[in-house]
Design a protein around this ligand. Structure first.
Ligand SMILES: [Zn+2]
Length: 173
């Protein structure tokens, strides 16, 4: 390739102005590779020898793939993709940012709900969506540990608001 003054330029050194790029992309738009070209390309690729570097790269890639998902030592049984887990982690992280002490896992919360037979400890309803209520409110220095959590339905939780009511004491399991 030569520039306007006829000097020889190596491949990439050709100045690519915005205008030029647009022109190229316009030319390539909707341009399909013909069958012939495809065949030519695949023929070139067959039997191509990989360089040492390339092999190493592929090895590293396959190792990375082997470490993902179930094979990873951090695998938690595929819960990280569930809506509940994401919601739980968002809440946990929010509290952590507020420098609230303590934490609990989604498993612990589920276990707690199971212990109380998925019942709101205030109104005793069982067919309600349970929310995590901090017995000693965070605003009053309560922690986010599981022992400071009780399952309440949404309406009971909002009624309780920032008071310290331990419904667990009133429960006989
Ligand atoms: Zn309730």
């Amino acid at each position: 390739m030569r520039d306007l003054k006829g000097r020889f330029i190596k491949g990439n050194k050709f100045p690519k102005s915005e205008e030029f790029r647009k022109k190229v992309s316009k030319t390539l738009m909707g341009h399909l590779i013909s069958e012939e070209t495809k065949n030519k390309i695949s023929k070139t690729l067959i039997g191509r020898k990989l360089t040492e570097g390339h092999i190493e790269k592929l090895k590293a890639k396959s190792w990375m793939n082997n470490q993902s998902g179930e094979n990873n030592r951090m695998w938690k049984g595929g819960i990280s993709k569930t809506v509940e887990y994401k919601r739980h982690m968002r809440k946990e992280n929010k509290l952590k940012r507020k420098q609230v002490e303590g934490s609990h896992t989604l498993e612990e919360w589920n276990q707690l709900c199971k212990t109380y037979q998925y019942m709101c400890l205030c109104c005793k309803s069982t067919d309600v969506k349970l929310t995590e209520d901090h017995i000693i409110p965070i605003s009053m220095g309560g922690t986010n540990d599981i022992w400071n959590i009780q399952p309440l339905c949404g309406s009971c939780n909002s009624i309780k608001h920032a008071k310290t009511i331990d419904y667990r004491e009133r429960m006989v399991i």
